[in-house]
Every structure is written in C-alpha cells, then in structure tokens.
Design a protein around this ligand. Structure first.
Ligand code: ADP
Ligand code: MG
Length: 668
C-alpha cells in the first residue's frame, strides 16, 4: 500500500490534501429512469426484477430492475458470486452510471451500485456532497483513497501560507476552504465550474501551485546570483575588431542582446541568461562577441554544443572569425585522439588557450580550466540532466549563457524560465528570402527526384532528410542507406553524401565539410542535421514522411535552407492517411515561417507538459495550473518576489507544503 501511495507521491498528510479530484459524480440526487438521458451519468434507485447469467455472446450477468417510471438493464461482464447474490429479485439498489443510448428501455454496463434497505426508501440518506473521483493507480480503490484523504483533511495542517492582505487583494478563498470544497463540494456547486477548474477554489489551488513554482525558481536564481563571479571588464578592442571585419552589420536585436550580455558580464555575480532566437537569427556571432569580451578581460571562455557536427561547425565559424584577430580556438570532443586531447588539456590548463569549443567532452574529460570566465551552452535542452548538473558544477563561478533555437512563448518563458534572464533575437538578418514550403504526396517522389537533379545542375545543393523512426536506430539507418542507394542510382551525374548518427565523429565531420565545400550535391541525412548546420548554398530541402516529425523539428529542419540569397524551397513529402494531429502540424508549418508563431501553435497542439518536455525531466509537472494562464502566472511571479524579500519564512512554509522534499530536483 505504501508503495502504491508513493507512486502517486502521497506521503505526508499535506500530499493527500493536495491530491485533488479529477472529476465528480453527483450522488446527491436520484433521477427517475424515464428522465435519464443517454451518455449522462446519473443515479437511479430501482428494485431488481430478475437476475440471470447468460452465455451469449459470453458469460455475463444481466439484471433487470425498475422504478415507478420504467425498466433498466444492468449488465456485468465480470462479476463476483457475492454481487450476484446481492442482486436478487426484490433487492432495492442505488445505481450510478451512464445510460447507453443504443438500447431501448435503457442499459448500463458495469454500474456502480449498492443495496439499500428495502423496508423504508428513505432509510439510506443521500450524500450531501458530490462524490470526488481521484487519480489513482492499480490496486488502490477510490474508497480507500477517499478515506485516507478524509483523514488527512481532518488532522492535517490547513493553515494558510498566504498573508491575509495578499489573499484579499487577489480575491482568492482561504486554503482550508478551497481544499475542503474541492474534496467534498456541496451539491449547489456548479459541476461545470468545478470540472472546468474555473471555480474560485480551483483558482486558489492553481495560484498556490504557480506560486510554489515561482518561489522555487526565483530562489534558485537569487542563490546563484548571491555567488561571486569574476567581473569581466573589457576594453572592447577585440570585439570592435571583429565587428569591423564582419561582412554584415548586427541586427537591432543582436545589438540589444549583445549589450544585455556585456552588462551582465561586468557584474560581480554570475550571468544566468538565455539567448533565444529563431533558426538563423544569428546567435553565433553574439556568442563570439561574448567570448571575446571574456578574453579581453583576461579570462577563458568555452562553448559547448550537443552534437559533434554542431560543435565542429561552431569551431570552424569561430576560427574563421577569430584567427585574423590572432586568437586560437581549441577543439575538444570525445573522439579526439588521446595524444591530441592531452595537448589541448595541457594548454587549457595552463591558460595558453583562451577559447574552447566542444561537445560534452568539455565537462566530462577532466578539463581543468585555468581561469574560466564564461561558459556558453548551445541547445541546452538536448543535453541530459546529468550533463547539465556537471556543467552547473563546472561553471559554478563562471558566467553562463544558454542559447536556444526553440522559441518559447512569453508566458511560458516567464514561468518556466523564471530562474533565467532572457534575451530574444526577434528579428532575422536582412536579405533573406523566406523559404517556400510545399506539401507533396510521397506518390510523386519521382517528380521530386527530377527537381533535385535540376536544382543541383543549376549549381544548388539539397538536403534529403530521411524519415524519423522512433525507437529503432537500426531501421532509421536502413532507410537512410536505402534512400542513399536509390538516389545514387537515379542521379548518376550528381555526388551524393550520407550522414547519420552511427558515423564516427571524424567521418561525420568529413561529410559535412565536403557538403559545405560544395563537393557533395545532395546530402542524405537522418535528423542529425536538425540543429545548427549552416550551408548557405543549399536551397532545397526534402523531408520524407514529414508527418512523423514534430512541429519544432520540422521548423528546425526547414531552417537549414533559406540561408543564402537564392529562393529556397522545402518539400514536405507525406504519406496518406494523415492523422488529425499530423494534418494540423503540416498545416501550421505550411502556413507560417515564424518560429514564435509555430511555437505557440505547437504549445496549443501538445500542451505545455509535452512542449517543454526536455526541461520537464527535473521539474515536477504542474498538476492543476495552466501555464498559459498569463494573468495568474504574473500575479504569482509578483507575490513570489515580494515574499522572498519581505517574508522568507512564509515563502519557505509555502514551498514545504507544495514541494516537500522534491525541490532538489529543480536545480538541474
Ligand atoms: P542561429 O541563430 O540559427 O545559430 P547563425 O548564428 O548560424 O544562426 O546565423 C545564421 C547565418 O546568418 C550565418 O551564416 C551568419 O553568419 C549570418 N548572420 C548572422 N548575423 C547576421 C547579420 N546581422 N546580417 C547578415 N547575416 C548574419
Ligand atoms: Mg546556431
């Protein structure tokens, strides 16, 4: 039993108190059979007329019962002898269930029922509150759960954690009133208001939950801020040189973000900033400027990327930008030869190398920085929790910048990233022609192959992305190899390359380099190219079985083209039949190229839990509140800040109630 309860997170009294119903059943009144509506759950009081076991189509118990208005059939597909015994003719029952509409006369399958005394119809009083139905787990019945929750409500501490003036201002009910009502709502409660969770009692619980989340994240933010970090005071020589040498000018958004970052770096406490920007918005140059800033101040900087391809690409790009300034960039991944690695580590340890780029090898291979001032993480959500923790530890006293190409809608960012400051690149560099998107049935594959041939003959390059096959890397690899072979056969005059996750780091790098140098016309790829790859001459992207990809994935993939001046095209090949969600996704990606808008739609289609997925690994899901409830999130945010400054004891009590011992997990 303890195990089952633990599975539901139920340990302390307060956990039971906060285990709130999914829905309610109204057993406070009795419906006469002739008034029953199909599909609406209701309670009836009937007397059994007959009770038979029938064997067609399979063994089942069929009970006929009636009240003064009509007949009702109760059908049990599984039943105990004790039930059969209780259901003998003449027994008076209270039955709760939904009428199936297909049967004349009314039938309920597996109704909940109990026998009431026969002599006096009023002997069993009706319940005075709605019956809660709780989320539960196998082997733990509703009745047991109800009993445990009632006990917790009676003996648990329901004192309010919120100050009375705050409650009055927010117009919310007291905590004890709210939870008591939710566990046992009086029949006068509008069921609809309860179930849609708009009732004031629900608002109170939702607010509390959001407040706990805000308190926890804000406190983590403040705690990190309280630590010291080197004040990176820069003179701007290197950054000015780099800006002057660039073939382009920063966009307004890049300038703004760069300014915010430079200000943070000059503070005596660690920067904790997220740089968000759509695919192609130009995050890399901002990262390069930040790294140079650290170097000017006499510190080292490191940039970590989730895949070798991406790290390699950052490495190449930064080398090109920084070599003219006389700055050497070091490169570290797991696949580096031992001897080479030792050399790199040595130089980094001695402080001779100031800039480092790599994969998670940067935090895992015993790297000892001489004076790390800034750690940048690209696409942090693609790292595992353990790597994120290791990074936090390594960068404890360094400034941290996280970059993400998955734009997060504002309210979500406000709640989920309450422990970070956020800079947004909401503007694309000028001169891009938007990618045009086509939806094409896979039955027209031949036409598409012809199109690839034409595009490449005209000097272009193309990506051919193979279908995502979840749970089977082997199958995924096989389809990639099949596609590769087919394109080789169909396009004999073109050079075709293949890149996938099973290739060794250096093999991958070689293929990517050949594609970047236009020695390969068509790159057949699995989703390893999803993030960050930048080959401006590639202007055609084919995505096979596009219906299998998620929205943000499609957006990321499409972002691989449209990086040069040429008109780029993204062709989404799909196979029929399309499910409803797949259809909705393809429609969104077809209609919009704006990452923020796509993110909003993605959020709408998937809900915040899934959307935010990766970050969820450490964070408890919000059970009752809705992250899109901007007004409530904002109020929680404000009160959290006030409490943390003016009333830390109250903040602590509230956190204890809501998060108990779970807060540790939040730190990743
Ligand atoms: P992402 O934000 O997706 O990482 P990148 O940093 O790879 O984007 O930039 C995409 C491309 O745009 C690169 O080729 C980069 O050199 C170029 N770029 C970045 N900033 C500008 C700008 N202000 N004007 C023109 N091109 C730019
Ligand atoms: Mg990038």
């Amino acid at each position: 039993m303890a195990g089952r309860l633990a599975r539901l997170g139920l340990r302390r009294d307060v956990d039971f108190v906060l285990h709130l119903p999914l829905r309610y059943e109204d057993e406070t009144r009795i419906t006469v059979v002739s008034d029953a509506l199909p599909g609406v759950a209701a309670q009836f009081e009937v007397v059994v007329v007959s009770c038979d076991i029938v064997f067609r189509p399979r063994r089942q118990l069929v009970v006929r019962a009636r009240d003064d208005s009509g007949m009702l059939t109760l059908r049990f597909l599984n039943f105990y002898p004790s039930q059969q015994k209780a259901l003998q003719p003449g027994a008076r029952l209270r039955v709760f269930g939904e009428l199936r509409d297909s049967f004349p006369g009314g039938e309920i399958i597996h109704p909940r029922f109990h026998v009431v005394a026969n002599s006096d119809a009023d002997s069993a009083a009706l319940p005075t509150s709605l019956t809660p139905v709780y989320p539960t787990t196998a082997g733990l019945g509703q009745a047991t759960l109800r009993r445990l929750i009632d006990r917790a409500l009676a003996r648990g501490d329901l004192t309010d954690t919120l100050p009375a003036d705050a409650l009055a201002k927010l117009g919310l009910p007291a905590f004890s009133d709210a939870v008591r009502l939710l566990h046992a709502p009086p029949p006068a409660c509008v069921l609809e208001q309860l179930e849609s969770r708009h009732h004031p009692a629900w608002r109170r619980v939702q607010f509390d939950e959001l407040l706990a989340q805000q308190l926890s994240l804000r406190r983590a933010y403040t705690a990190r801020r309280a630590r010291g970090a080197p004040q990176l005071v820069a003179n701007g020589t290197l950054t000015q040189q780099l800006l002057a040498a660039l073939p382009f000018r920063l966009t307004g958004a890049q300038q703004r973000a760069w300014h915010e970052i430079a200000c943070d770096l000059a503070q005596p406490h660690p920067m904790q900033r997220l740089l968000q920007g759509d695919v192609g918005s130009g995050k890399t140059i901002v990262a390069a400027l930040a790294m140079l800033h650290a170097v000017e101040a006499g510190y080292q900087a490191a940039l970590m990327a989730p895949t070798e391809i991406l790290a390699e690409q950052h490495y190449r790009k930064l080398s090109v930008w920084l070599a003219p300034l006389g700055i050497e960039v070091a490169w570290l991944t797991g696949s580096l030869k031992r001897r080479d690695k030792a050399v790199v580590l040595e130089k980094v340890g001695a402080g001779d190398t100031v800039l480092m780029i790599g994969t998670h090898a940067l935090i895992e291979e015993g790297v000892m920085f001489h004076r790390l001032g800034l750690a940048i993480v690209d696409e942090q959500h693609r790292f595992g929790v353990r790597q994120r923790l290791a990074l936090k530890e390594k960068g404890r006293f360094a400034h941290q910048l996280t970059m993400s190409a998955t734009p997060i809608p504002r309210t979500l960012a406000m709640s989920y990233y309450a422990d970070l400051d956020v800079s947004v690149l909401d503007e694309l560099p000028p001169g891009r022609t938007p990618v045009s998107t086509r939806l094409v049935s896979v039955t027209r594959r031949d036409e598409i192959i012809a199109r690839v041939r034409d595009a490449c003959r005209a000097g272009g390059q193309a990506y051919w992305v193979c279908p995502l096959i979840t749970d089977s890397e082997t199958l995924q690899l096989q389809t990639a190899e099949d596609t590769f072979a087919q394109l080789l056969a169909d396009l004999p005059d073109l050079r075709i390359g293949l890149v996938h996750g099973r290739l060794k780091g250096e093999e991958k790098a070689a293929v990517m380099a050949a594609f970047a140098a236009n020695q390969i016309h068509v790159l057949v790829a699995t989703t390893v190219i999803e993030v960050g790859v930048d080959v401006p001459n590639a202007s055609l992207m084919i995505i096979e079985h596009a219906e299998r990809f998620g929205l943000s994935q499609l957006h990321q993939l499409r972002g691989r083209v449209g990086r040069g001046a040429a008109q780029s095209v993204c062709i989404l090949l799909y196979a029929q039949p399309l499910g409803q969600t797949a259809r909705a996704r393809l429609k969104v990606i077809f209609q919009s190229t704006d990452g923020f808008e796509i993110a909003r739609e993605d959020l709408r289609l998937r809900g915040p839990g899934e959307f935010i997925g990766a970050r969820q690994s450490g964070l408890p899901l919000l059970r009752y509140a809705d992250l899109e409830d901007a007004a409530l999130v904002e109020q929680a945010r404000q009160l959290a800040d006030t409490l943390l400054t003016d009333a830390p004891a109250i903040a602590q009590a509230h956190l204890d109630r809501w998060l108990g011992g779970r807060e540790e997990f939040l730190k990743a």
